[in-house]
Design a protein around this ligand. Structure first.
Ligand SMILES: C[S@@+](CC[C@H](N)C(=O)[O-])C[C@H]1O[C@@H](n2cnc3c(N)ncnc32)[C@H](O)[C@@H]1O
Length: 375
C-alpha cells in the first residue's frame, strides 16, 4: 500500500520524521565507514529494507547485501531502482522476517559484518528476544548490529499538544502497542509497535556489547510542522535535538537508535564461570578431569556426588525449534510436565534435545581448552 508513495512522501513533508531519517543515515554512514576501514566489508543485511534506502548505501561498501521486506510492492520498487542503477551486489527478497526462515539465510549465518534494522523496524517485531538471538547468530564475532525502535520514554507520551499539525508522520499509541501512520491525508494505517524500554534494552545488553544508545528527536517531535518550516527555527531545533540525543541523561527522543556488536571472541562457558567466581571473590578449586557425558562419568571422575553439583539438560520445542537449558541438582530426575508448565507450552511439544540437534548448535568451542585444542 505504501510502496508507490514511500520514497516520494515518507517523512519529506513532516520535518521531525525527515530529520530522524537524516540523523539515522548519518549514524549508519559513520558505522559503515568504520567497518570498511577495519576491513569488515563482506556481508551486510538489511531487515525491513523498504525500497532499499539503506541497502543501496550499504551496497557501495560491502561485497554483498541481502535485503528483506515482507511487502512485495516495496521489493518491486527496490528491484526497479536496482535495475535502473545496474547494481549487481544486492539481493532483495520478499520475506517475513518474524514468521519465515529467510531465503539464503544459511549463506550468512555467523558471517555478517553488519545487520541493519532501521527506521523503527525493531519495534515492528513482536518477539524481540528471538529477533536479537537471530541477529546475534548471523553476525560474525565483532560484527555490528544497527537497530532502531520507537521509544517508550518519548516526551511526546507525556505531553499532548493541542495542534493537529504534527511534525511526525507516525503517532505512537502506547496503550494499544500500535503506531498510527499518516502517510498522506488519504493513506493512513495502524501497525503493531513494541516500544523500546528496559525489556528490550536488557536482552540487548546481555547478548551484545552496546556501543551507543541515542534517542532523537525530542523537541521537534513536540512542535507543529509549520513552525519547523521556518528555516531559522528548523536549524535551531536540529542543533538542540542533536545535543540532547548525545546526552545520556535525557533519553526522551521519539526514536531510539542502538549500535552494538557481537563480542569479538565467543567466551567459553568455562571462562564465564571462572570470571563470575573471581568477581564474587568466591573460594574455589578446579578439578581437572576427562570429558564427562553422563552422571555416571561424573561419579567416576569427581567421586561421590555433592548436592551442589548440577547437571544441564537441553530441551527443545518442536515447533519453534528453540532450546531451553534446564539446570537440575545432579541426583534429581526431570519432570517434563513441570517444564512444560513453566514454559507455558503443551507437554507434547517439547522433548530432550537430540544429539544431532545439539551438534547443530555448534558448541564445539565450549569444549576447547585454553590453547584452543578440542577436548
Ligand atoms: C519504516 S519502514 C523502513 C524501511 C527502510 N528500512 C528505511 O529505513 O527506509 C519498515 C519496513 O519494514 C517492513 N517490515 C515490517 N515488518 C516486517 C517483517 N516482519 N518482515 C519483513 N519486513 C517487515 C515494512 O514492510 C516496511 O517496508
Amino acid at each position: 500500500m505504501a510502496a508507490p508513495i514511500y520514497d516520494k512522501s515518507y517523512g519529506k513533508a513532516k520535518i521531525a520524521t525527515h530529520e530522524f531519517m537524516e540523523y539515522e543515515s548519518e549514524k549508519l554512514n559513520k558505522l559503515i565507514k568504520k567497518l570498511k576501514q577495519d576491513g569488515n566489508d563482506q556481508i551486510a543485511i538489511d531487515i525491513g529494507c523498504g525500497t532499499g534506502r539503506h541497502s543501496f548505501v550499504m551496497a557501495r561498501h560491502f561485497k554483498t547485501v541481502f535485503a528483506y521486506d515482507f511487502s512485495p510492492n516495496m521489493i518491486d520498487e527496490a528491484n526497479r531502482i536496482r535495475r535502473d542503477r545496474e547494481i549487481q551486489n544486492i539481493c532483495f527478497f520478499v520475506n517475513d522476517f518474524e514468521y519465515e526462515k529467510l531465503i539464503d539465510e544459511q549463506q550468512f549465518y555467523g558471517k555478517c559484518d553488519l545487520v541493519v534494522a532501521s527506521f523503527g523496524m525493531g519495534s515492528f517485531v513482536e518477539d524481540s528476544n528471538s529477533m536479537l538471538r537471530r541477529f546475534y547468530d548471523w553476525l560474525k564475532p565483532g560484527g555490528y548490529l544497527f537497530i532502531s525502535f520507537y521509544n517508550a520514554n518519548s516526551i511526546t507520551l507525556n505531553v499532548t499538544p493541542t495542534w493537529r499539525d504534527s511534525a511526525l508522520v507516525a503517532q505512537i499509541d502506547k496503550d494499544n502497542n500500535s503506531l498510527e501512520v499518516n502517510l498522506t491525508p488519504k493513506t493512513r494505517f495502524n501497525i503493531f509497535c513494541k516500544l523500546f524500554d528496559t525489556g528490550i534494552e536488557g536482552p540487548i545488553n546481555r547478548i551484545f556489547n552496546v556501543d551507543s544508545i541515542s534517542t532523537y528527536p525530542m523537541i521537534m517531535a513536540l512542535l507543529p510542522n509549520n513552525l519547523l518550516e521556518n528555516e531559522f527555527a528548523h536549524a535551531a531545533f536540529v542543533v538542540a535535538d542533536k545535543t540532547l540525543a548525545e546526552n545520556k541523561a535525557g533519553q526522551n527522543g521519539y526514536y531510539v537508535i542502538v549500535t552494538a556488536h557481537k563480542p569479538p571472541q565467543a567466551t567459553s562457558g568455562y571462562s564465564n564461570v571462572e570470571r563470575i567466581l573471581q568477581d564474587l571473590n568466591a573460594e574455589y578449586e578446579v578439578l581437572e578431569h576427562q570429558p564427562v557425558l553422563s552422571m555416571e562419568d561424573v561419579k567416576r571422575e569427581v567421586g561421590p556426588l555433592a548436592k551442589c553439583i548440577i547437571k544441564t539438560l537441553l530441551i527443545r520445542h518442536k515447533d519453534t525449534e528453540e532450546f531451553v537449558a534446564v539446570l537440575l541438582q545432579s541426583e534429581k530426575r526431570l519432570d517434563m510436565n513441570r517444564v512444560a508448565d513453566l514454559l507455558g507450552v503443551n507437554r507434547y511439544h517439547i522433548h530432550f534435545a537430540r544429539e544431532k540437534e545439539i551438534l547443530q548448535l555448534n558448541l564445539k568451542r565450549e569444549f576447547q581448552n585454553e590453547t584452543g585444542e578440542s577436548l
